[in-house]
Ligand binder design. Structure first.
Ligand code: FAD
Length: 492
């Protein structure tokens, strides 16, 4: 089969690249290893429950809207969004929690009640964060980061100086707030970036603007509705998405990939965009002489955490839980060390619980709850059923204790997911869940580059290259790579 472009992987980044390229006039096919599209954002159904397998927080609605607008569409053409209020609940202990309201006035009151004077400080903090978001999300993240010269624009340099790129997030927020609960609340969105607040540039307070000012949303039916929307748009653009097609090998001639071989077929194309995990394509599909990086390079990368997940079906309605619940009833310091500094299974972990059936009747049978447990854990660890079960008991004990109800005996469906599954399902390097961490030394041009240095027609997209991990950055990554392909392979 002959096509202009082959995109490898039907995750957010691959689909975004495929749609963007088809919109520019390229003929595109997507080859996806799994039986359904969506990558880490796949879903499955079991015993009347519908489980989103990965992302559950819909943040930065403007990025999704801009994505669909680019193709003359609106997000609402494909799915219906609901703003969550409260956005989420943070537990600090039994009968000790904060609900984060959607309305700004309520948030200011909440801050003031914990630290007098902090409402004004939050206003000032968010004003800076809004500026960073505007420059960061509307401009910087769309840079392909192939050369420093992209950043040598006097206005951009001036903007970047104001964006605290060289200051740590941790130090930055402590100039504004002192109260421990408020600090933990403000630090929480940084966990999405896969690094500690100490190792994350203060630029990323833009995440607080996303959290507090832009809010937490939910696409009715679940996060996979976004993928379904993208698949419809891809089809409208003439993209063909072929599932069950694991790419195994490239046939290379004169510094160009000529053929892509999957487990069952061979495809010919002019351009290849790899949306599968970068490390897997670089180290396991490409022959050694065409690799961008060495094994030593990859070993030195700071990967974002892996996760231990549990998908649970519960046969009664649960009390005292919201749609999103963060269990911050332990100090994050030791858990963070066990993720980043001395990788090991945590001694006393923090975890997250999502109960989507609190918002959505369609994801669980009547009178039941759909529960998702997530515990961040270092990548590259030993993973077996006994370890998983041990942490299930830890999380369940605290969940029951803190919310004051028995849950375990009501669990009628239970499935675990961790390192071994991330490797098997996505070829994830060290079983990572969220790609490459957004540390200062892994920002922009310091990330694995989006073009192969030795082959003329191989590009990369997704959460291990620019701009970084998370659903919105993955969408942007696909747009950025498509623009680069267009620049170098103009259609005649
Ligand atoms: C548990 C979890 C929770 C998360 N929570 C959030 C959240 O709440 N909000 C948020 O914004 N982000 C969240 N994220 C991060 C977000 O899901 C990812 O950043 C994003 O989905 C990555 O998209 P991607 O396209 O880069 O990669 P992927 O989704 O992994 O897509 C890559 C695709 O390539 C395919 N592939 C791999 N190898 C091959 C091959 N050889 N041949 C063909 N295909 C191949 C894979 O099967 C996969 O479909 C979460 C991630 C996880 C895992």
């Amino acid at each position: 089969m002959k096509t202009d472009v082959i995109v490898i992987g039907a995750g957010f980044a691959g689909l975004s690249a495929a749609i963007s390229l088809a919109d520019k006039g390229f003929k595109v096919i997507v080859l996806e290893k799994n039986e359904i599209a969506g990558g880490r954002a796949r879903f499955y159904q079991e015993q009347g429950f519908t489980f989103d397998m990965g992302p559950s927080w819909y943040w930065m609605p403007d990025v999704f809207e801009n994505f669909f607008n680019k193709f003359g569409k609106k997000a609402s053409d494909y799915y219906t969004l609901k703003r969550l209020d409260p956005s989420y609940r943070v537990f600090f202990g039994k009968d000790d929690f904060l609900d984060i309201p959607a309305a700004m006035e309520e948030i200011y009151k909440l801050f003031e009640s914990h630290e007098p004077g902090s409402a004004e400080k939050l206003k000032a903090f968010l004003e800076q964060a809004a500026y960073k978001y505007k420059v960061g999300i509307n401009d910087l993240v769309y840079k392909p980061s192939r050369s420093v010269t992209e950043f040598l624009d006097p206005k951009l340099l001036f903007d970047m100086l104001r964006m605290d790129i060289f200051q740590s997030f941790s130090g930055h927020i402590r100039k504004f707030f002192k109260n421990d609960k408020l600090l933990r609340l403000i630090e929480f969105p940084i966990l999405f970036l896969g690094a500690t607040p100490e190792n994350t540039p203060a630029l990323y307070s833009l995440m607080n603007y996303a959290d507090i000012s832009l809010g937490t949303w939910y696409p009715e039916g679940g996060m996979h509705k976004i993928i379904e929307g993208m698949l419809s748009l891809a089809e409208e653009k003439g993209v063909e998405v072929l599932t069950g097609q694991e790419v195994k090998e490239f046939q290379i001639e004169q510094k160009s990939i000529k053929q892509v071989k999957t487990t069952t077929a061979t495809y010919t194309a002019d351009i290849i965009v790899a949306g599968a995990d970068y490390h897997h394509v670089d180290q396991h599909i490409l022959q050694e002489e065409y690799r961008n990086y060495t094994p030593a390079y990859w070993d030195k990368r700071v990967m974002a955490p892996s996760s231990l997940l549990y998908y649970l079906g519960v046969n009664n309605k649960l009390e005292n839980l919201q749609h999103h619940n963060l269990f911050f009833d332990r100090d994050f310091g030791p858990h963070a060390k066990e993720i980043y500094e001395t990788p090991q299974w945590p001694t006393d972990p923090l975890f997250y619980v999502s109960v989507t059936s609190k918002t959505d009747d369609t994801v669980a049978p009547e009178g039941h709850e759909n529960v998702f447990l997530l515990m961040p854990v270092a990548p590259g660890l030993q993973d077996d059923e006994n370890l998983r079960e041990k942490y299930y008991q830890v999380m369940m004990y605290r969940l029951e204790e803190i919310t004051g109800q028995s849950i375990k005996e009501h669990v009628i469906y239970k499935r675990s997911y961790a390192h071994a599954d991330f490797k098997k399902d996505y070829h994830a390097f060290k079983g990572n869940a969220y790609g490459l961490a957004n540390t200062l030394m892994q920002t922009a041009i310091l990330k694995p580059g989006l073009k192969n240095k030795k082959l003329k027609n191989l590009y990369y997209t997704g959460q291990l290259t620019v701009p970084g991990p998370g659903v919105p950055p993955s969408l942007i990554s696909g747009i950025v790579v498509a623009d680069e392909v267009e620049k170098e392979f103009k259609l005649v």
